[in-house]
Ligand binder design. Structure first.
Ligand code: 2HG
Ligand code: ZN
Length: 445
């Protein structure tokens, strides 16, 4: 503690329980642990100093960004130093020639987006936690979100990264070379590494063209199969979001936010579709929707307030669920072509494992990515096992965009073979031989 205080100044080493508390529990209240201290380095060299001090003292480190994670990967399990990146807020000028920008790990997504738009560009990834989620955490979990169908997940936006190894050495580059075939992709290894390989301090990010116009529709449908069929028709250069949710989730959101709608009568399945382009895509969207068979009801919005109103039914899910209680939360993906079949299978698996629990499904349908939220269920293990085993049967992913964290580490074997898990262990040992960084996350203890 004395050494950390000497490196960072007393004000940036938090040991008081009241000051630590906000860093010790995740947003949902599902994961919590006591930290030895919270260190808040202000630049890369201070990150290195914290890591060297912890490595030499044999103290484990949990890197943390905006603490919006959902898999327990950014909060302590007990006795670690939490290394908060929230003071690494440097944001470079937008480089219009390369279409890139350099951002500190602690820059919140909303600030990055606004910065890019002020320069006539945009950032490709958007997620509901945009005001708090930080760039570093989003890189560490390979966050995806609402526009993956258009611009891909974080992995597709990262051109370079600067990171500090557990022993304090700095690796990586922020030059932003779009072409570099010099062997292994070290930056790529950091994306999705969940703070287990190094602490990312800054990243060089690709920006995308800004779109001037958006139009949003919510379609009422009878089945997920109809929603899946619709995606094939809607795919094209204007498609920017395809989100699915269901009547039980809409009822929760309506009650929580005091909303009515989106339709006069409930529908079993809702599909939110957004078109975006440099001309007004309203007519394109209306024409595409009117060409779809099996649409029961439609709400269309083109102005900002109307669009926000429609998005509220989808984006309100996480908050409405948390207001109900602490859910068992899983984030899985299957091939989108099999999403309807998977929906039936996952509902059956959850009701067999937890007959009295309530299942709320929603997600990013174009990627076959379902958020499986199980409410009123105490035995998280049995439900997780049932859902993740079902996912594995479909050849799917046990973590589509939230990371593995501690929540899903026990199920890594479902989708990674022994040979692949050996490689994971070898990669971990090469980057962090003493096992200081985020132990218990991603790779089961
Ligand atoms: C979303 O898509 C987030 O809104 C959160 O990934 C998902 O709360 C969840 O389960
Ligand atoms: Zn999501």
């Amino acid at each position: 503690m004395a050494r950390l205080r000497a490196e960072l100044g007393t004000g940036h080493v938090l040991t008081d329980p009241d000051l630590r508390a906000g860093y010790e529990t995740d947003w949902t209240g599902r994961f919590t642990g006591r930290a030895l201290a919270v260190a808040r380095p202000g630049d890369r060299d201070e990150v290195a100093a914290v890591l060297r001090a912890c490595a030499e003292a044999g103290v484990a480190v949990v890197p943390q960004g905006g603490n919006t994670g959902l898999v327990g990967g950014g909060v302590p399990r007990g006795g670690e130093v939490v290394l908060s990146t929230t003071r690494l807020t440097g944001l470079g000028e937008v480089d219009r020639v390369s279409g890139q920008v350099t951002a500190g790990a602690g820059v919140p997504l909303a600030r990055l987006g606004a910065h890019a738009r002020a320069a006539g560009l945009d950032f490709g990834v958007d997620i509901a936690a945009r005001d708090s989620a930080t760039v570093g955490g989003m890189v560490a979990t390979n966050a995806g979100g609402l526009r993956v169908v258009r611009w891909g997940p974080m992995r597709d936006q990262v051109v370079g990264a600067e990171a500090v190894l557990a022993d304090g050495r700095v690796v990586g580059s922020l030059v932003g070379l779009e072409k570099d075939s010099t062997g292994y992709d070290l930056t790529g290894a950091l994306v999705g590494s969940e703070g287990t390989l190094a602490v990312v301090t800054a990243v060089r990010l690709r920006l995308v063209p800004a779109v001037a116009h958006r139009a949003t529709a919510v379609l009422g449908l009878a089945s997920t199969a109809d929603a899946v069929a619709a995606i094939g028709v809607l795919r094209g250069p204007l498609l920017s979001a395809v989100e699915v949710f269901y009547d039980d989730g809409v009822r929760l959101v309506r009650a929580h936010r005091g909303l009515t709608g989106p339709f006069r009568a409930d529908c079993p399945v809702y599909l939110l579709v957004e078109f975006a382009g440099d001309h007004d895509p309203t007519e394109d969207l209306a024409a595409a929707v009117s060409g779809l068979p099996a649409v029961v009801d439609t709400a269309l919005a083109t102005d900002e307030a109307g669009r926000r109103g429609l998005w509220a039914y989808r984006e309100g899910h996480t908050e409405a669920i948390s207001a109900h209680g602490v859910p068992v939360k899983l984030d899985v993906a299957v091939s989108p072509a099999r999403a309807a079949e998977f929906e039936t299978a996952v509902r059956a698996a959850v009701s067999a494992a937890a007959p009295s629990a309530r299942l709320v499904l929603f997600g990013h349908l174009a990627e076959g990515n379902f958020h499986v939220n199980v409410l009123d269920e105490a035995d998280g293990h049995a439900v997780s096992d049932a859902v993740l085993t079902t996912v594995a049967r479909f050849g799917g992913s046990i973590s589509a965009e939230h990371g593995v964290g501690v929540a899903k580490a026990p199920w890594l074997h479902l989708t990674r073979t022994p040979a692949e898990r050996d490689l994971y262990a070898a990669i971990k040992a090469a980057w962090d031989p003493a096992g200081v960084l985020n132990p218990g996350v991603l790779i089961p203890r």
